[in-house]
Design a protein around this ligand. Structure first.
Ligand SMILES: N[C@@H](CCC(=O)N[C@@H](CS)C(=O)NCC(=O)O)C(=O)O
Length: 210
């Protein structure tokens, strides 16, 4: 399988960490996010969205990072990390969809305003942060409540849901995510950060942040 990535991006780091966790074998194809490689015709033929990551497995061209995690888990028979039990799987699928639709956009504003713009010597838009704040706190409250009832996002064990939901927060000290009121999230993200798959895919060196 070929995996098209730039490891510094949220959704590529997600798939890289997930593949590491699952022991998935793949051939990485490095593209440059800041160089705009994902907008070039040869890549658009794989992912017409012009976004990273994408996976090619034979005649399957698969985009959407969470769909890639689901596919790799099923292909690798990792039912420990993506259980087949109907209700557990529905729960995980729910968190994967929530992450892509709600959590990623809410966390992304902090990434752009507090990390990307300063690195690019652009002005942080405080109004954009303020406008996003209520949405972030609503969502963080939902996640914190869940993590108050189970140690991992989807129960007693780590699953691909943890990798997906942690990824939009992967640079949270630099994003300046306001996590002060969410003790369960703080406990959980520290556990994610201790996972070997998370340590092995740390994007900070490539971003010049360590
Ligand atoms: N929902 C998609 C989002 C993909 C995405 O937004 N990727 C970013 C990097 S994290 C990207 O390549 N953005 C460039 C663009 O959309 O122009 C996924 O999970 O794969």
């Amino acid at each position: 399988m070929k995996l098209y990535i730039d490891p510094i991006t949220v959704n590529c780091r997600k798939v890289l960490a997930g593949f590491h966790l699952m022991g998935t074998q793949y051939e990485p194809v490095q593209l440059g996010y800041f160089a705009g490689d994902m907008k070039k015709p040869e890549y658009l033929a794989i992912n017409p969205n012009g976004s990273l990551p994408a996976l090619v497995d034979g005649d399957l061209k698969l985009w959407e990072s969470n769909a890639i995690l689901q596919y790799a888990a099923d292909k690798g028979g990792r039912s420990d990390l993506y259980p087949a039990d109907l209700k557990v799987r529905a729960d995980i699928n729910r968190w994967l969809l929530w992450e892509a639709n709600q959590w990623f956009p809410a966390c992304y504003v902090y990434l752009v305003e507090n990390l990307v713009k300063p690195v690019m010597q652009q002005q942080t838009d405080q109004a954009a942060l303020a406008a996003n704040d209520p949405r972030f706190h609503l969502l963080a409250g939902i996640l914190d409540d869940r993590l108050g009832t189970s140690p991992w996002v989807a129960g007693q064990n780590v699953t691909i849901a943890d990798i997906a939901v942690a990824s939009p927060m992967h640079l949270h000290p630099y994003q300046k995510l306001p996590l002060e009121n969410y003790p369960n999230i703080r406990t959980w993200i520290a556990k994610v950060e201790a996972l070997p798959c998370w340590v092995a895919t740390d994007p900070r060196p490539a971003l010049g942040l360590t």
